[in-house]
Design a protein around this ligand. Structure first.
Ligand code: FEO
Ligand code: CA
Ligand code: CA
Length: 691
């Protein structure tokens, strides 16, 4: 996500030591890794390919056993393409021998209840309810019957471009948003499940009217589960028991689970709400609007067609006698990881509150080991916010990967556990600080003293993390886990608010961090400590050595790393969101559009010190695989089990895709109404991608 919904305000007023201070000290002790990253990794083993049951019919499918079964790699894993040059066009660029096809751009009908997409923006709210939404982001391919030619593609729709969505942008009538326009915007957000299948030519199509096709919008009924559910914090007129809410919002990155469900991350939801009155701390700390909501959905309140406060709920001022008479708690039902079972069309999406409430960017789980708890990692994408780990109370039972009551399995692992927040120490070690009632804060008081209950701790997750002394980071974005080493990677996209006053630290070592970097660590769910190191620093090729600490060249210079994906072979795919956030205002953005790069990493601990792992001696192993169209962010990564199709998303392009072709590499011959879209990348010879 970039452009207009990023929360640029620093909301962390704690005096916790910034992470960058920690890293600067450690860099003085680092040693650089020499030689090729690829060669270093070639002796590692690849994880087993995902396989999935189910026949695409009425039988509930079984899901992949996610537990990697290491087997020797027959050939050393090597990237098989040359790094692409910079590009700044209204088109996608892929290496020679590859194709890139536009797939399911916003407004693509999923069933016959939707009219075809209209070039002039005249589709209705009902069309959007039955079509793909806008601003595609995180996603995952769930195979049917283990297939690489038929599956369920689940895609987040993060936010909207009002000018592209409507014929002439947003309108107001006597200061109010028209109800139909608001509903169209609400329906353009959320998540889409698409049943997709390869056609005879090897391209991909949506199976229109499939029973698997679904839309979750900012109004879809959802369950609340975990410690916050059914408490006074989430009771509303819609759900006086606090068991339910409506909608998921600003779904950015994603995760998935070992039992075959999808996790969608609610990120910049806070500004959709408004409270012009005195805001309680749980509203201030997350950035609830104090003048109007981002889209002013609340102004449609009172429309004669309004159902159960569908518009009024975005104004969360306390005006009634209690929480069942106004919408004071509505925002407390947002800010979570939401679990979706794509294989069960009748299932209800469930907000898993135990994993914390903040601007969730995504989620990734540790390698499951029988008899041990599961860990899930999630970043909070805002300046000086934190990185979290959740550890389940339940220990992993591999048979749970085969169960078809997948949301019950989700309840087992995701509703009872301990949330932690990370503190990074100067020497490359780190500590997970639990956010429990017994946790002691910097002033010697406990979180129970400060917040009273676990539910209130979670509603105030950021405040609880401040309280225990977590390390503020340079905007944590996606987290991913290496398929065989279990190492965890997080993108720290940028933080231009890091200045002399805030200081730097070891893991956030650069002032005015316009380019971002990637941190990785290794830990064990049974331990509260971890070892971390910097993987790569973003930079333009021409920067001085203090900025370009990874020695990047014009063939892999990057800034604002954001999306991340590991495929099961161990290739790390890095995506950027740099180009247009405030204009082409850094040197990388002046040279190239946003991109996706690939690298085959070694393991945490194979270097001394805290990195960077990628330096001038091995930077050539980081290769640019894809460049997107002008102004677009590249985000979301999915692939088929045989690695022959990779899916990524183009979000908020300026003038793309071209009309009348699905070739993503074609520059439009005239102005087009821009459409965020998935792009499918394949090799012309049908082989596996990247190698
Ligand atoms: Fe939606 Fe943090 O990117
Ligand atoms: Ca993102
Ligand atoms: Ca971003």
């Amino acid at each position: 996500m970039s452009k207009n919904i990023t929360d640029k305000v620093v909301r962390n007023s704690s005096d916790n030591t910034p992470f960058s201070e920690v890293l600067e000290k450690s860099l003085s002790r680092r040693t650089f890794m020499r030689g090729s990253l690829g060669a270093a990794f070639a002796t590692m083993t690849a994880g087993s390919l995902a396989a999935c049951g189910g026949d695409g019919g009425d039988e509930a499918p079984t899901v992949p056993d996610p537990t990697p079964t290491p087997e020797p790699t027959p050939e050393p894993l090597k990237l098989g393409f040359d790094s692409l040059p910079n590009s700044m066009t209204d088109a996608c660029v892929v290496p020679p021998g590859y194709t890139a096809r536009v797939f399911a751009p916003w407004g693509t009908p999923l069933d016959d209840n939707a009219a075809p997409w209209d070039r002039n923006g005249n589709n209705t709210s009902n069309d959007l309810l039955h079509s793909t939404g806008m601003h595609h982001d995180g996603m995952r391919y769930f195979p049917l019957d283990g297939s690489s030619s038929e599956g369920l593609l689940v895609v987040n729709h993060e936010y909207i471009d009002e000018n592209a969505l409507h014929p002439n942008g947003q309108t107001f009538v006597e200061g109010k948003r028209p109800a139909e326009e608001v509903r169209k915007e609400v329906n353009a957000h959320g998540v889409a499940i698409m049943h997709i299948r390869k056609d005879a030519n090897g391209g991909w199509d949506i199976v229109r009217n499939s029973r698997y096709n679904r839309r979750f919008t900012s109004a879809t009924p959802m369950s609340l589960a975990g410690p916050v559910a059914r408490t006074d914090w989430v009771k509303t007129p819609y759900s006086p028991t606090g068991a339910q809410t409506r909608g998921t919002n600003n779904n950015c990155g994603n995760g998935y689970t070992p039992w075959g469900t999808y996790l969608t991350a609610e990120e910049n939801w806070a500004a959709c709400f408004v409270n012009t009155g005195e805001q309680p701390r749980e509203q201030k700390r997350v950035g609830i609007g104090n003048t109007v909501g981002r889209y002013q959905w609340e102004t449609a309140a009172g429309d004669l067609t309004e159902v159960q406060g569908e518009f009024a709920r975005f104004n969360i001022a306390a005006t009634g006698g209690d929480a069942t008479q106004d919408w004071r708690n509505e925002a407390n039902t947002f800010g979570y990881l939401v679990e979706i079972d794509p294989y069960d069309p009748s299932s209800i999406a469930t907000k898993r509150t135990a994993l914390g409430r903040f601007a969730h960017e995504g989620a990734a789980y540790s390698l499951p080991e029988e008899g041990k708890p599961l860990s899930f990692y999630s970043g909070d994408d805002s300046r000086f916010e934190y990185i979290y780990r959740y550890v389940s109370d339940a220990v992993w039972d591999p048979r749970d990967a085969e169960r078809t009551d997948r949301l019950a399995v989700g309840a087992k692992y995701l509703d009872k556990g301990t949330l932690y927040v990370a503190r990074f120490n100067d020497d490359g070690s780190g500590t997970w600080l639990p956010l429990t009632e017994a946790s002691v804060g910097k002033d010697g008081r406990t979180l129970k003293d400060e917040f009273g209950s676990l539910a209130e701790i979670i509603v105030n997750t950021r405040g609880a993390a401040d309280f225990v002394g977590a390390t503020p980071m340079d905007r944590p974005e996606w987290t991913v886990v290496h398929p065989s080493t279990g190492d965890v990677y997080v993108t720290l996209t940028n933080n231009t608010s890091r200045n002399a006053q805030t200081g730097t630290n070891a893991p956030n070592p650069r002032l005015n961090n316009a380019n971002g970097h990637i941190v990785r660590w290794h830990d064990d769910a049974a331990s509260d400590t971890f070892r971390w190191e910097i993987f790569v620093f973003g930079s333009d090729a021409g920067a001085d050595a203090d900025t370009n600490r990874s020695g990047l060249t014009e063939f892999n210079q990057l800034a604002s790393p954001d999306g991340l994906g590991f495929d099961d072979r161990g290739i790390l795919w890095i995506q950027t969101d740099n180009g247009i956030d405030g204009g082409r205002n850094n040197a990388v953005a002046k040279s190239t559009n946003d991109q996706m790069l690939a690298v085959i990493p070694n393991a945490v601990g194979e270097i001394e010190g805290v990195g960077p792992v990628i330096d001038s001696g091995n930077q050539a192993d980081l290769r640019r695989f894809f460049v997107g169209p002008n102004e677009a962010e590249i985000t979301g990564f999915a692939y088929t089990p045989d690695f022959t199709s990779i899916f990524l998303n183009i979000q908020h392009p300026a003038n793309w895709p071209a009309y009348d072709t699905d070739d993503a590499t074609v520059v439009p011959s005239s102005d087009v109404r821009p459409r965020s879209s998935t792009v499918v990348i394949q090799k012309a010879d049908g082989g596996p991608i990247g190698v």
